[in-house]
Write a protein that binds this ligand. Structure first.
Ligand SMILES: Cc1cc2nc3c(=O)[nH]c(=O)nc-3n(C[C@H](O)[C@H](O)[C@H](O)COP(=O)(O)OP(=O)(O)OC[C@H]3O[C@@H](n4cnc5c(N)ncnc54)[C@H](O)[C@@H]3O)c2cc1C
Length: 334
């Protein structure tokens, strides 16, 4: 039996066929819902079930049982149990439609042992808007794409990226290192609903692993020198001190953010490291305790995001104020 789904904010209605996911049905019917990995890993398609309920064949990694109990769902995996009213408000409020463009490589430089700094110039004559936290797709020409978060706040047509080189990765290890200034890339932007919600008016807890720092850097740059900037805690998880590819720059952010605490946390530090050790979410739990007042932004490894959500909700974190972007990979889907 098919089920009717209505989007509360837009009153758009579509039917979900038996066995179909909410996302697949929406796309089949021409209804735009934010999504990325489509296997329940990244959390981009998070929605709130306002009326009705949904089930999963396999409970998705990008959602916790607590979020499910609070009415959140991942559209790419959710199957309606009956008719639904869903809300995508927190997911769509900053979205502008994605457009394609030919970007020009400005520079590529080594930032850390396995991280490249890529600077792209977008066409200057047709300005692109994006919300800090969103990402861009590099189009590889065969219908597949690779996603990378903007690592700089919007500033003219120049955009920075932090690209972790994946061993044998088709784009990050084979194609990108061959590119030179002046080369062109086909891109599409902006994508994603991971963005700074200034109207939360809550202290910010930002937790990143690896290049998950990139969208958080973009968000924090947009808050620099802002007298309304809330207190910010940034926890950055890496393996070793050599991996902390932006450490010195982050330390300097305290000069331009009103109340900024930065805590690097290393999981495989050597004896010379005198800072925090272990998993990044454990360090947050040990330091902050009660998280009921925070807006929480999680970005990077899907495992960290999953574990952090579970740990933080025990500490009072409010599901509507937890935003996340899991860096899943795209090769399997295309
Ligand atoms: C919304 C979003 C935003 C992202 N933003 C960034 C960003 O700002 N910076 C960044 O460095 N990455 C980011 N990623 C991850 C990035 O898209 C992938 O690392 C990239 O697609 C790898 O492409 P590739 O062609 O080099 O590897 P592929 O050729 O696609 O993969 C090669 C092999 O490496 C493994 N692999 C691929 N990607 C990953 C990964 N991320 N983690 C672990 N194993 C992997 C797979 O097993 C695969 O078989 C983001 C992902 C998403 C979904």
């Amino acid at each position: 039996m098919s089920h009717r789904v209505e989007i509360a904010e837009t009153q758009q209605v579509f039917m979900v066929a038996p066995g179909e996911s909410v996302l697949d049905a929406a796309l089949r019917c021409g209804v735009s819902l934010a999504h990325e990995c489509t296997f329940g890993g990244c959390g981009t398609c998070r929605m709130r079930v306002v009326e009705g309920s949904v089930s999963y064949e396999d409970f998705p990694m990008g959602l916790t049982e607590e979020e499910h109990a609070e009415g959140f769902a991942l559209a790419c995996q959710a199957r309606p149990d009956g008719d639904l009213v869903i809300s995508t408000a927190r997911g769509t409020e900053t979205l502008v439609p994605a457009r394609r463009a030919t970007a020009t490589v400005q520079s590529i430089a080594q930032l850390g042992p396995d991280v490249l700094h890529l600077r792209l110039a977008l066409p200057a004559d047709e300005p692109f808007e994006y919300a800090p936290g969103q990402y861009l797709k590099v189009l590889l020409g065969d219908g597949s794409h690779r996603s990378f978060s903007m690592a700089s706040a919007p500033n003219g047509n120049i955009v920075d990226f932090h690209v972790r080189q994946i061993a044998n990765g088709r784009f990050t290890s084979q194609q990108l290192p061959q590119l030179q200034a002046g080369d062109q890339l086909d891109v599409e932007l902006p994508h994603g609903n991971f963005s700074l919600r200034k109207d939360d008016y809550r202290p910010l807890l930002m937790v990143a692993t690896g290049t998950g720092l990139a969208p958080i850097k973009s968000m924090l740059e947009s808050l620099m020198d802002d007298p309304d900037c809330p207190p910010v805690w940034l926890y950055w998880g890496m393996r070793s001190a050599a991996d902390l590819y932006l450490h010195d720059e982050i330390v300097r952010w305290s000069e331009r953010l009103y109340d900024f605490q930065y805590v690097p946390v290393l999981s495989r530090a050597d004896a010379d490291w005198h800072g925090r050790r272990g998993y990044v979410h454990d360090a947050v739990a040990a330091d902050l305790g009660d998280l009921s007042e925070h807006a929480i932004y999680l970005c990077g490894s899907p495992n960290m995001i999953h574990d952090a959500k579970q740990a933080f909700m025990v500490l009072g974190a409010q599901a509507p104020f937890i935003y996340s972007d899991g860096f899943t990979f795209q090769h399997a889907e295309h």
